[in-house]
Write a protein that binds this ligand. Sequence first.
Ligand code: HEC
Ligand code: HEC
Length: 282
Amino acid sequence: MSEIKMSGRLVAIGMLALAVAVVGLAGCDLIVLPGPGDGGDVGDGGDGGDGGDGGDTTPAEFTAASVTRGGAMYDKWWKVAGVDAPAETHALWATRSDTESNTRTGEDTWRCKECHGWDYKGVDGAYSSGSHRTGIAGIFGTTMTPQAVFDLLKTVHGFGTAGLSDGDIWDLAKFVLEGQIDTDEIIADGLFTGTDLDGGQSTYDASCSACHGADGLTVPPGGPDDFDAFVGFLSNDNPWEFQHKVRYGQPGTSMPAQAGLLTVEEVGDLGAFSQTLPTEAQ
Ligand code: HEC
Ligand code: HEC
């Protein structure tokens, strides 16, 4: 986080945020990456004499970027960008603090969600245990600037050499900074907490049933014959994944993103209704 440039005016706020962040992160297994600006930058903000403080300028590419496309890439970026899936295991995979729980290799290790979770909370969230645990921190509530996120993804995370264009990476940065939600607002103990089931059903009938059927057991258009990630199944099996797929669509298929159309509360009600649907073909 030290690569964030702060103007003198913002240092006090920044220190406060940092203090909060440190308190918030205490106790988790942090993997600290060497950032490009580590070491020398911290004292540089003091003079306050330079008018053009880079940290305050939002790059035009970020402003123009697509949060929904970025959200779909967070799920499986190569399907969205139309590039080859990586063959090798991601370089950061070997640095995970827990190498026992999650034994995946190859392309799976390149999905943002595999390291940071469907709830964006990494080891502090749903991936705090189980076969997806890596010990890697989440990205929810990151205080990085757009440029810093872009640089991190392009270079430290290796997405530039993996085949993503600058435009793709700006879309990812847009999602990181503007597309995440706090899933705790709609999910508790694996259950959607929405209480308006009628509203959830109305949303389902209007936005989902044409492709998934009234009971969620229809194979959607283009889906494989053995499709079994039915609406009732996935919403119960992994509500965090379900909310992300609802909001950003299924990468590389016709399933549309709802993030710009439904409020977080409406997604919560839709999830609660979906959890009442049958989980498998009767
Ligand atoms: C192989 C695992 C892995 C993958 C895949 C991965 N990351 Fe990361 N990411 C990390 C690690 C490790 C860190 C450093 C976290 C820490 O400090 O513990 C990190 C840090 C970050 C941060 C900085 C958060 C902060 O405030 O410090 C962001 C943002 C981020 N990743 C976004 C992404 C996005 C977006 C993708 C997909 C395009 C992605 N990551 C894919 C491992 C991964
Ligand atoms: C235009 C058609 C269409 C609409 C509308 C649609 N979906 Fe989908 N959905 C798909 C397709 C296509 C797939 C992927 C099938 C495959 O595996 O190839 C899919 C996949 C899914 C999956 C499984 C994801 C996985 O991991 O395999 C779930 C769950 C789902 N949709 C729920 C919903 C919900 C809830 C809505 C309403 C908000 C919705 N869909 C709207 C077409 C649609």
